[in-house]
Each structure stands twice: as structure tokens, then as C-alpha cells.
Write a protein that binds this ligand. Structure first.
Ligand code: FE2
Ligand code: FE2
Length: 239
């Protein structure tokens, strides 16, 4: 019996989390609640009944204005059209290239193409979209940063297996590097480490992980260490 838990990880920022034992991994979605609320990740279609009920516990579905996600992948946006059907005022927002190559076709309603660095004003909170092609994978990839709570919704970055608590300040880098031995999920390119180091220039209090706990330690240091790990892996793979 799966269960989706709900935790407020910052003011008006909610983490919805479902541990799937068969896959030994957690699937997290985030609601940024405002006059117009935003959902980051929809979860796969199979989890829609659980995830949509969890969303409705923190924001009315007709208050949901934006649906966005890190990149096109089943766990990130599989239930996109289910949410569009259930939330009449919602629109998918994704990067401009992403809309052109993926979402214009996949979404049942026309998506909003986000420019790099575009800010979506939700009322109290403000979410900035940052293009991160191929971080951690996918041409269309981006992350989003909420400026008031200084939360970086970093999607698959720092992915780990297993069930974990909602928030932690324990190390999240080692588990993420270990995870890479499972099918090499991260696209290692010459721009991988520099792009992650640029994210560390943001003022970040909280890293909202899709597959793992929300991190409230030294977020900038964790990003720099993750970048160093990928730089080492790329160097090893190239030698
Ligand atoms: Fe992914
Ligand atoms: Fe994911």
C-alpha cells in the first residue's frame, strides 16, 4: 500500500513524497503555494491518484496555475495531462526549447515557453527558471529557484536509492555519486561541472531533491562537491 506524505519544507513550499518499495526509490513533487500555485514534477501516471490528492491537501486544484518539471521523463511529467484535466486553470511551463521539441506536442493544452532566467510571480513567492541543458540529462532540462525561501528545486540532482526522512543536513553527495554506478544516469559532458558550479553561485538555503530528502545544510558546498565528483568521473572516463 503506497502512501504520499506531505511536509512544509519552507513557508508555503510543500514536499509530497511517495516511497515505492519495488523500485527502492522515493518520488517527490513540490507545491509552491501562492495566489497562483505551482507544481514542480507531476509524478508518473500510476501515482496520479495519490499525488493529486496530496496536492489538493495543500492547494485547491483550481488554484494550481503552473505545472513544471525538470525534464521530460515519466516520473517528472507522466501525469501532466491528468493534472491539466483536473486543474482547469493550470498550464504547463517549461523551457522554450523544451516546448518546441517536446511539450508542444505532449501537453493537451498549449504550454508556456519559459525564457532562461524568466521569473514566474506567484503572489508572495517568485520562481526563477534556469536552463541547464543535459543537467542531469535531457536537452530540455532546467531547474527552478524560489527567490524568497531560497529553495532550489534541483530535480534529479543528488538522486539516491532508499527511503529517507523529509529533511536532513547530513551529507547528500556521497549517496549521489554512488548512485551513478546504476546505469550512469547523469550525462557527463564538459559543461556538467561548470553548470552545476554556476548553480552554486545562487544563495541557496534548501535543496529540494526529487529522489531523496530535502537538504538544509551547506547547499552551495554540496553543489560544488557534486560538481567536483562529476568532473573526476568525466576525467576518468576520458583517460
Ligand atoms: Fe530524470
Ligand atoms: Fe527523477
Amino acid at each position: 500500500m503506497l502512501e504520499t506524505t506531505t511536509d512544509e519544507i519552507a513557508d508555503n513550499v510543500f514536499r509530497l513524497s511517495t516511497f515505492v518499495p519495488d523500485a527502492n526509490i522515493m518520488f517527490n513533487q513540490f507545491v509552491v503555494r501562492g495566489d497562483e500555485s505551482l507544481l514542480f514534477h507531476t509524478g508518473p501516471r500510476a501515482l496520479f491518484p495519490l499525488v493529486s490528492a496530496a496536492v489538493a491537501r495543500v492547494t485547491a486544484l483550481d488554484q494550481l496555475r503552473w505545472i513544471t518539471f525538470g525534464h521530460v521523463e515519466a516520473d517528472e511529467c507522466g501525469a501532466m495531462n491528468h493534472f491539466l484535466a483536473a486543474a482547469p486553470n493550470a498550464q504547463v511551463a517549461h523551457g522554450a526549447v523544451a516546448c518546441m521539441v517536446q511539450v508542444n506536442d505532449l501537453a493537451d493544452r498549449e504550454p508556456h515557453p519559459l525564457a532562461d532566467d524568466e521569473v514566474v510571480d506567484l503572489g508572495v513567492l517568485r520562481v526563477r527558471s534556469i536552463d541547464t541543458p543535459h543537467i542531469p540529462h535531457g536537452w530540455d532540462a532546467h531547474v527552478v529557484y524560489e527567490e524568497t525561501t531560497r529553495t532550489l528545486f534541483c530535480g534529479d540532482l543528488f538522486t539516491r536509492f532508499g527511503e529517507s526522512v523529509a529533511t536532513t543536513s547530513d551529507d547528500i553527495v556521497e549517496a549521489a555519486i554512488t548512485m551513478e554506478s546504476f546505469g550512469a544516469p547523469t550525462a557527463l559532458t564538459p559543461t556538467t561541472a561548470p553548470m552545476i558550479r554556476r548553480l552554486a553561485d545562487l544563495d541557496i538555503d534548501t535543496l529540494a531533491l526529487m529522489h531523496g530528502p530535502t537538504y538544509e545544510g551547506d547547499c552551495n558546498k554540496a553543489l560544488l562537491e557534486l560538481a567536483d565528483g562529476y568532473a573526476r568521473m568525466l576525467a576518468d572516463a576520458s583517460s
